[in-house]
Design a binder for this molecule. Structure first.
Ligand SMILES: [Zn+2]
Length: 74
C-alpha cells in the first residue's frame, strides 16, 4: 500500500498525486443501477471531480480509499 509501485493515483487529468478518496458513480444510461464506476481523487481534486459527477446526476458516494477498501461492495 505504501510502495510507489502500488500507489493509487488520482484520476484527475495530469495529476500524479496519491488518491485519498473514492468517488463511486453510475450513469443510468449506460449502467445497471447496482453498477458502480469509480474515480480516485487526491485531496485537491475531490471537489472538482465530485462536482463534475454530481452536476450530471451520476455521483452516488464519496468515501475515503481506506473505507472503500474495507467495504465488501467491490
Ligand atoms: Zn489530483
Amino acid at each position: 500500500m505504501n510502495s510507489p509501485d502500488t500507489a493509487v493515483i488520482c484520476s484527475a487529468k495530469g495529476c500524479r498525486a496519491a488518491a485519498v478518496w473514492v468517488l463511486a458513480w453510475n450513469n443510468p444510461k449506460l449502467h445497471t443501477p447496482e453498477r458502480r464506476k469509480t474515480w480516485l481523487a487526491c485531496e485537491e481534486h475531490r471537489e472538482h471531480l465530485s462536482n463534475f459527477l454530481d452536476l450530471r446526476g451520476f455521483l452516488k458516494d464519496v468515501v475515503t480509499l481506506e473505507e472503500w477498501e474495507a467495504s465488501p461492495h467491490h
